[in-house]
Design a protein around this ligand. Sequence first.
Ligand code: GLN
Length: 300
Amino acid sequence: MTSETTTCPSEAPLTLGDLVDRGAAYLVRHGVPPDEAPTQAEILVEEAIGLRRAALLLRRADRPAPEAVARLRGAFRRVAAGEPLQYVVGHWPFLGAELRVAPGALIPRPETEGLVERVLSHPLWPAARQAADIGTGTGAIAIALALAAKAEGRPLQVRAVDLSPDALALARANAAANGVGDRVACEPGDGAAGLPPASCDLIVSNPPYIATADVDALPPLIRDHEPRLALDGGPDGLRVLRQIILDATQALRPGGRLFLEIGDDQGLSVRRLLERAGYADVVIARDLAGHDRYAEGSLP
Ligand code: GLN
């Protein structure tokens, strides 16, 4: 045995609590930040045992079956080797949805939950009948909107558009698994250009908005694992945003609204793009960390 395997957290008949503690220490030794390792270890243990999130609190003294320990060993190794936890686990929550996540699509982020919350709290939301999610990835935005509409008994339909066939397949499976396959239409397309004219009450997008040079400087956890297509916004990071802002003027009905996620240094540029394209009620808003993150405008 190499020292690598002897230090792996899952060799002895340990309790779940031991496995979490040893697993967290193992992750820290492999470069996972100490403030993140305990939570990651808990999630991996819960996943291997088949427990719901946070169920471990009451089960730390349990001793797991050997097969679960074997699964756990493999999962810890992958995270220690630098794979995102979300891809190792294979699914991740996003607002009310549980989404399958895989390397063909961006891992949904809390900032994007904030984007959806802005849509749901906007005065246009209750009457909206047709929405579009541009660059849907896992389907996160489209599915969260469809689930909210379903819960509120509203007839909203969502077009979920993506360039990537892998992402579309994932989004389709996720929509079905979350019970909104009949409300989310997953369609191939480049931005908002293929949407029928004046068809949408709401267009929502978390497009790639990172400048090409900055993509190379991202942490390896992101840069080497998540799809470049989902991150790279061209030389100035605004290439896709610019195109969506223009194409959405055709796809929105008069009075319809565009909701965008943007980079924290793009507020001023995106405000100008929206105003120049003729949008009214332009808003730039911050995320929970206090950074400019959202841009909105309505078609007059
Ligand atoms: N809409 C997806 C998300 O927000 C994917 C976004 C992207 O690929 N840039 O998670």
